[in-house]
Ligand binder design. Sequence first.
Ligand SMILES: [Zn+2]
Length: 161
Amino acid sequence: MANIWISQAHIDEIITDIEEYEPLETGGAFFGYVAADGDYVITDLISAGDAAKRSRYSFEPDQDYQLSAMARLYETSSGRTTYLGDWHSHPVSSPALSRKDEKTLLNVALSKEAQCSNPVMMIFGSHPDKWSMNCVKFITGKKRIWPFYSCEHESIKVVID
Ligand SMILES: [Zn+2]
C-alpha cells in the first residue's frame, strides 16, 4: 500500500486555513510527484482561490485560479511536479467520503485536464477529534446512467515528514 508524504509545515498551513473558515468547508489542491515506489510526495499546496465557494456542507475551489497556479508550478519544476489530488474539510462531521465526495473524486480521475488517473482525496473532519485525517487514493470507477456510478478507492497512509 502506498503512502502519501506531507510536511508538518503544509499540515499547519491546512489547519490554519480550516480554522479560518470553520464552520464552513474549505480546501485546496496538492502538487508533487509519485516516487518510484508508488508513494505520493506533496511539494506544494494550491489554495482555493478568491472565487472559491464555501458552505457548511460543500466546497468548490476557484478552478481558474487553481489551474493557473498549477501551470506555474509545473513550469517552475520543468514538469517534474504535477497535480496529485485535493483536500477539504468536514468542519461538522467525520472525515469519511460522502457520496458527493466520491463523485468528485471520480470526476477528477476521469477528467483529461487533471492528467491524474489515481488522484488522492484527503479529508479533515471534526469527529472523533479535531482534525481527524482520512486519505484515499482512487483505484477505478465508472460513470453509469445518471445517477449511478462506481468509485473504488483505497486508504493511503499519511506520513507527516
Ligand atoms: Zn466532503
